[in-house]
Design a binder for this molecule. Structure first.
Ligand SMILES: N[C@@H](CCC(=O)N[C@@H](CS)C(=O)NCC(=O)O)C(=O)O
Length: 198
């Protein structure tokens, strides 16, 4: 089993955390730069993106949430779906909207320049980040102890990623409930091992 990842990708972080929560140990990983077209990554994933998980049977799985789906099918317990799968998946969808908007902003800068942030599409992505985080703040995922569900995992990954990529922004709202959730989860090994870093 091997996970192609990089140390900044929120999508790879979701796969890593889910793997460690399910299996009990950090997934064996290979750090690659997807933007440099690493040959080993291109060989297993035609989209040249992380995460890509090569299973023990040599099958490659891509797309963070499909990797979670596969983990859930292989190892139903502990489940990442929480007490109500519907509520968990609904909140995870909001968090994925925040992650996608943040990643698209970084990609927009690659296509144009930092001016992308203030262009109409960039402002739309910013609104998605702010509104998504505020929606999660109003009705935050819960976490008491044990295995976190996918809503808590994706919400904390989204929050950490936005803070990592957009430090010192004036538009970041105050998020005390999400910060409290993050603080409850940050010392879990799966979260600690995968904190975003350059
Ligand atoms: N929908 C995919 C998104 C994966 C993705 O965009 N990964 C980024 C890293 S954050 C990547 O590898 N980008 C390289 C590229 O877009 O060429 C998922 O959920 O796994």
């Amino acid at each position: 089993m091997k996970l192609f990842l990089n140390t900044t990708s929120p999508y790879a972080r979701i796969a890593r955390i889910s793997f460690e929560e399910k299996i009990g140990s950090d997934v064996p990983g290979e750090v690659v730069d997807p933007w440099a077209d690493a040959p080993a990554l291109l060989e297993v994933n035609p989209a040249a993106r992380v995460p890509a998980l090569v299973t023990n049977d040599g099958v490659t799985l891509t797309e963070s949430l499909l990797i979670v789906l596969w983990l859930e099918s292989q190892r139903p317990s502990p489940s990442l779906l929480g007490d109500s799968a519907t509520r968990t998946i609904a909140k995870a969808g909001v968090a994925m909207g925040v992650i996608d908007a943040a990643v698209h902003t970084l990609i927009g800068r690659k296509i144009t320049d930092a001016g992308f942030d203030e262009a109409p599409v960039g402002l739309r992505r910013r609104r998605s980040m702010v509104n998504g985080l505020l929606k999660l703040e109003q009705d935050p995922p819960t976490y008491e102890a044990g295995t976190p569900d996918l809503a808590a995992i994706t919400a904390v990954v989204a929050l950490d990623y936005v803070r990592f990529r957009f430090p010192k922004t004036e538009w970041m709202p105050s998020l005390p409930e999400l910060d409290a959730l993050r603080n409850r989860l940050s010392s879990r090994p799966s979260f600690e091992h995968s904190v975003p870093k350059q």
